[in-house]
Write a protein that binds this ligand. Structure first.
Ligand SMILES: [Zn+2]
Length: 782
C-alpha cells in the first residue's frame, strides 16, 4: 500500500491526482476507486491517503484510494468559505446573434405607423416601382436606396465623446523604432490629439451591426489550422513519398521495428528513431533532462555532411523516456554504409533508412528523426495516395509559407539564417524556408501520415507535431444570412447604412453587370479635442494577445449557442459564439496594463501621450436618405444605454478605451420645398425626434425578432453585460496561472491546462461569473 496526498481534485470530471510521499510522478485516480468513509466529493487537497496503483497506458493510475483515518470528518473546511476562490473575467466575450428563423418577413404595425407619419411630413417617400412596403421595414435584407434622390431623412448629428479610461489612438506616421521595440504616439491633427473618423466609424458600425443582427462584415474567412494534439500526433506514421514506374504517388510506410497499428498509437517503441542534434543548444532547458538516466546520457550527433532525405545506415539504442512512458530508438551513429558502422553493443540494432531534418522549429525541440525500416526496405508497406490528400498537404504548406513569408524575409534581410533559431525565437521549418522545394510533391519526400483503420491515408503532414487544417471555414459555422453580404439586392442594415464592398473571391470578377460596392449613407468627421485632462507618462504596455479564433474552447459553441469546450472547426454542428466584444473595465488597473518591470522588447509596445480619463471630444455625423428605422438604430448605436460604454482605440483588453457618446444635437435637412414652416436653405434642429426614433426602432426590432421587448433580445442583453460596469467587481485580465501577471504573457499555459484537464468553458456574457487561475498541469490556483 502506497501513501501520498491529494494534490488535485477535478470534481466536474470525476477524477483527481495523488502526490506520492516517496516522490515521483503523480498518480491519477477516478472517483469509482475512492473507498472508505470519505467520499470523492469530500476529498480536499492535502488530505493523506493510502492507495494501490498500476501502470496504465497514460501513466500511473490508482486502483483504490482511501483517506487515512482521522481526517475528512469535516465536509468543507471553514477557511475555504472564508476566502472565496480567485476568479477573473476574460477581457472579451461574445454577443450572441439572433438565429434567422426568428426573423419575420411581414411588415409590422409599429413600422407602418411611424413610416406613414414620416411620409406625411415628407421626410420619407416610398421607393419608385416598389410594390411591397418591405423596404420601409429595413430590418431584414433588401436593396439599398439610390444615392441620387432624396427619399429618406438627411441631416447631421453633433456628438460629444468623453473618455472614462486612458485612451490611446495610434498615429501611423510617428513610430519610433528602437532595437526590437516600437514606441507609438497619439494620433494628432495640427499638433493636437484627435480621433480619426475611421476609428469612430469602426466602433459605431460594430455596435450597429450587433444590435441590428446584421452580417459579420469583418469576418476573416480563412481555413484555420491548429496544432495536432500530442496524443493524436503519436499515431502518425513516418512515410516516404514515391513514384515507382506508375503515374500515381504512393506512400511507403516506415514504421521501423514496431508493428504498424493503423488508427492507433504504436504499442512498441516509436516508429521513427530520434536523432539528437540540439540537446546542447536547447532554447529552453528541458524538464526531462536527467543526466543519470539513459535518456539524459544521450549526446548530440555530428551530422558530418548528412542531409535531409539522405539514405543511410544507423546504429540504434533503445531508450525509455523518463516521464512520458514510451520507448524510442536513439540514433547513436550514422554511416553511409553498413560496414562503416561500429560494432553493435548490448541492446543495439542497426537499420537502413532516411534522415528527416525539419530544423529546430519549436522551442524545446532537441531531436530530428530517422525514418527506418525493419529488416529491409522492400518489406515496407506501400499504400496509394489520393488526390485530395495531396491537395490538402500542398495547401497546408502554402498556408504556412504565406503566414511566415514576411518574418522569413526579414531574417534574411538582417543576414540571419531563418533555418537557425534566433535568440528566443525558434527556427523555421525547411518547407517554409525552401519554398520551391515544397510547391509540389517530389519523389523521396519524407512526411508523416495519419492512417485510418482501413489502412488508407487520411492526411499527410510535414512534421511530427504538425498544424493541420480544420474541415470548416469560420463562415461555415455561422448561419448563411449572417455571413458577409454577397448580393447587392440583399444587403443587411449595416451594409446599407455604412457601405458594402463585395469580397470578390468567387469568380464573379468578370461580371460587370453586377454591383460590387455601395457607398454608405453616413460620413463621420474626425473628433476634435475640446478639453484635455492631461496625459499618462510614457507606458510600456503589457503584452497583448493577438486574437486566436483557434481558441476553440472560447470561440465556438454547440448548435444552440451554449458554451462548450468540446467543439472545433471540424464539427459541422458547432456555431461561432457570436461577435467578440472587449469588456468595459470599471477601472483600468495599472498592474494589468503596465508591463511588469517596465520591460520593452518585441513582445510589447510603448505608448506616449495616452489621454487620461476625462478628455472630451466633439465630432459630426452627416447622413443621407436614411429610413426612420435606420436613423433610430444609428442613434441607439451612438448613445446605447446610460450605463454602456463604447470601446475605442488600442489596448482595450488591458482596460484602455472606454468612452461615452452623447448626442448634442440632431438636425435634419428640409427635404422639399413643400412646407412653408421649414426654412428652405438650412438645417432644422429636431430635439424631440431622437427619443421617438429610438423607441420606434426598439419596438420594431423586438417585434421583428418575435421577442417580448427590446430588453429581452439576447444580443442586447449580451452587449449590455459586456459594455457596462460589472456588478461582480472581478478583476479583468487574460487567462493566466497566478494572481500576479506574468511579464512574459504566457497565457497559452492556461489554455493547455484547461483544455487537457479542467474543461472550463467561457460562460455566456450574461451568466459570466469568472474563470479560475489554471496552471499548465491543470491545477486550479486560489
Ligand atoms: Zn451585410
Amino acid at each position: 500500500m502506497a501513501t501520498g496526498k491529494i494534490k488535485r481534485v477535478i470534481e466536474s470530471k470525476g477524477y483527481g491526482f495523488i502526490q506520492p510521499s516517496q516522490g515521483g510522478e503523480d498518480v491519477w485516480f477516478h472517483l469509482s476507486v475512492v473507498k472508505g468513509d470519505v467520499r470523492f466529493e469530500q476529498l480536499q487537497v492535502g488530505m493523506e491517503v493510502e492507495y494501490q496503483f498500476k501502470k496504465g497506458p497514460r501513466g500511473l493510475q490508482a486502483t483504490s484510494v482511501q483517506v487515512v483515518m482521522g481526517q475528512g470528518q469535516v465536509p468543507a473546511p471553514p477557511e475555504r468559505r472564508a476566502q472565496p476562490p480567485y476568479r477573473f473575467l476574460n477581457p472579451y466575450n461574445f454577443v450572441r446573434f439572433i438565429p434567422p428563423s426568428n426573423g419575420k418577413s411581414e411588415i409590422s404595425s409599429a413600422d407602418t405607423a411611424v413610416g406613414s407619419a414620416l411620409k406625411k411630413k415628407g421626410y420619407i417617400q416610398p421607393q419608385a416601382g416598389s410594390t411591397r412596403s418591405k423596404e420601409d421595414l429595413l430590418l431584414g435584407k433588401c436593396p439599398p436606396p439610390p444615392h441620387d434622390r432624396y427619399i429618406g431623412v438627411s441631416g447631421k448629428i453633433i456628438c460629444l465623446l468623453e473618455t472614462f479610461s486612458p485612451l490611446f489612438i495610434s498615429s501611423a506616421e510617428r513610430i519610433e523604432h528602437r532595437q526590437d521595440h516600437n514606441a507609438y504616439e497619439f494620433f494628432k491633427i495640427d499638433g493636437k490629439p484627435a480621433i480619426p473618423g475611421s476609428s469612430l466609424r469602426g466602433m459605431l458600425r460594430s455596435v450597429f451591426e450587433t444590435v441590428t443582427n446584421s452580417c459579420f462584415s469583418n469576418l476573416t474567412d480563412s481555413r484555420l489550422s491548429y496544432h495536432l494534439e500530442p496524443a493524436k500526433a503519436l499515431k502518425l506514421v513516418p512515410a516516404r513519398i514515391e513514384k515507382n514506374g506508375t503515374d500515381a504517388w504512393v506512400l511507403r510506410l516506415l514504421p521501423g521495428f514496431t508493428e504498424l497499428r493503423p488508427g492507433k498509437r504504436p504499442e512498441g517503441p516509436q516508429y521513427a528513431a530520434w536523432v539528437p542534434l540540439y540537446l546542447s543548444s536547447m532554447l529552453r532547458p528541458s524538464r526531462n533532462a536527467q543526466s543519470s538516466s539513459p535518456y539524459g546520457s544521450r549526446t548530440d550527433l555530428a551530422l558530418n555532411g548528412f542531409e535531409h532525405k539522405t539514405q543511410c545506415w544507423a546504429r540504434l539504442r533503445l531508450v525509455e523516456h523518463p516521464q512520458r512512458h514510451f520507448k524510442f530508438w536513439n540514433v547513436e551513429q550514422l554511416a553511409h554504409s553498413e560496414e562503416q558502422l561500429s560494432p553493435l553493443r548490448d541492446g543495439e540494432r542497426k537499420a537502413q533508412g532516411y534522415l528527416c531534418i525539419t530544423n529546430q522549429n519549436i522551442e524545446n525541440k532537441h531531436d530530428e528523426r530517422f525514418f527506418f525500416c525493419g529488416e529491409d526496405l522492400e518489406k515496407a508497406k506501400v499504400i496509394s495516395l489520393n488526390g485530395k490528400v495531396e491537395e490538402d498537404y500542398l495547401t497546408l504548406i502554402q498556408d504556412y509559407q504565406d503566414r511566415h513569408r514576411d518574418s522569413v524575409q526579414s531574417r534574411i534581410r538582417d543576414r540571419k539564417k531563418p533555418e537557425r533559431p534566433d535568440g528566443k525565437e525558434p527556427a523555421y521549418s525547411r518547407f517554409i524556408v525552401h519554398e520551391n522545394e515544397s510547391k509540389a510533391l517530389q519523389h523521396g519526400d519524407l512526411v508523416y501520415a495519419m492512417i485510418d483503420e482501413n489502412k488508407e491515408a487520411e492526411f499527410i503532414v510535414p512534421v511530427s507535431v504538425p498544424r493541420v487544417t480544420y474541415d470548416n471555414r469560420i463562415s461555415k459555422l455561422l448561419p448563411k444570412s449572417l455571413s458577409p453580404c454577397e448580393n447587392y439586392d440583399e444587403l443587411c442594415p449595416a451594409c446599407r447604412v455604412f457601405g458594402w464592398v463585395h469580397q470578390l473571391d468567387d469568380g464573379n470578377k468578370g461580371d460587370t453587370s453586377k454591383h460590387v460596392a455601395y457607398a454608405g449613407r453616413v460620413q463621420i468627421s474626425h473628433a476634435e479635442l475640446k478639453y484635455d485632462n492631461g496625459t499618462l507618462p510614457e507606458t510600456p504596455l503589457a503584452i497583448l494577445s493577438s486574437p486566436k479564433p483557434t481558441t476553440t474552447s472560447f470561440y465556438l459553441s454547440d448548435g444552440r449557442q451554449q458554451a462548450t469546450v468540446d467543439a472545433d472547426y471540424n464539427d459541422s454542428s458547432a456555431l461561432l459564439r457570436g461577435r467578440k466584444f472587449y469588456r468595459h473595465h470599471k477601472r483600468a488597473e495599472e498592474e494589468n496594463y503596465y508591463r511588469a518591470g517596465g520591460r520593452c522588447d518585441d513582445q510589447n509596445r510603448t505608448v506616449r501621450d495616452a489621454l487620461a480619463p476625462g478628455a472630451r471630444f466633439e465630432f459630426n455625423i452627416h447622413f443621407q436618405n436614411l429610413a426612420p428605422l435606420e436613423l433610430g438604430a444609428l442613434l441607439w448605436a451612438l448613445e446605447m444605454d446610460q450605463q454602456c460604454f463604447h470601446r475605442l482605440g488600442f489596448a482595450k483588453p488591458l482596460g484602455f478605451g472606454s468612452v461615452k457618446i452623447t448626442i448634442k444635437e440632431l438636425q435634419v435637412l428640409d427635404p422639399g420645398q413643400r412646407y412653408d414652416s421649414l426654412e428652405h436653405d438650412g438645417w432644422q434642429p429636431v430635439p424631440n425626434w431622437q427619443g421617438r426614433l429610438v423607441e420606434t426602432f426598439k419596438a420594431v426590432l423586438a417585434d421583428f425578432h418575435r421577442c417580448a421587448n427590446f430588453d429581452a433580445l439576447p444580443n442586447v442583453q449580451d452587449l449590455r453585460a459586456l459594455l457596462s460596469e460589472q456588478a461582480t467587481n472581478l478583476p479583468i485580465h487574460y487567462p493566466r496561472s497566478s494572481r500576479r501577471p506574468d511579464p512574459e504573457g504566457k497565457n497559452f499555459e492556461w489554455f493547455m491546462g484547461n483544455n487537457r484537464y479542467v474543461h472550463q468553458p467561457l460562460a455566456l456574457a450574461t451568466e459570466d461569473r469568472g474563470l479560475p487561475l489554471i496552471t499548465r498541469d491543470g491545477a486550479v490556483v486560489n
